[in-house]
Design a protein. Structure first.
Length: 148
């Protein structure tokens, strides 16, 4: 099941070098997860982005927190381009400035710390090689799998 914000793009968000962008957020999880809890998380996260006034950038990490959603293993968020979706979803150029769709990937605390210390490019390399189940909010860390 894929969830998306609707209306965040009414607000311009600041980017580096005095640029601006509009954004909407995408989050996916198996249908077995409580949809009201997933929607609540996405709403709360989206509101915090709007309050900050700062656009999410590829490689941004948030967390670790308590679990993102009560009862799941994932406790952090990784921001990236929506590569698992149709390529036309990434950017809506009809708006001014353009609206960019940000894929929020649920990750473990260990993965969040890895990105913070090593960088997003190496993390995305590991994601590509390990092909994790992105929709499973209880999946094992790809960092643990890489190290064993």
């Amino acid at each position: 099941m894929t969830y998306s914000t609707l209306g965040m793009s009414r607000t311009r968000l600041a980017m580096p070098k005095s640029r601006e962008v509009r954004q909407e957020l995408i989050f996916s999880a198996y249908e077995g997860y409580d949809s009201s809890k997933v929607a609540s998380f996405l709403l709360t996260f989206g509101e915090s982005v709007l309050r900050s006034g700062r656009a999410l950038l590829r490689g941004d990490v948030f967390g670790p927190y308590h679990p993102l959603i009560q009862g799941v293993r994932a406790n952090s968020i990784y921001c990236t381009v929506p590569v698992m979706f149709d390529s036309g979803l990434a950017t809506m150029a009809d708006s001014n400035p353009a609206t960019v769709f940000v894929w929020l990937i649920p990750i473990t605390g260990q993965e969040a710390e890895f990105v913070k210390s090593t960088g997003w490019s190496k993390f995305e390399d590991i994601l590509e090689r390990s092909s994790p189940d992105f929709w499973d909010l209880d999946r094992e860390s790809v960092i643990e799998a890489k190290m064993t």
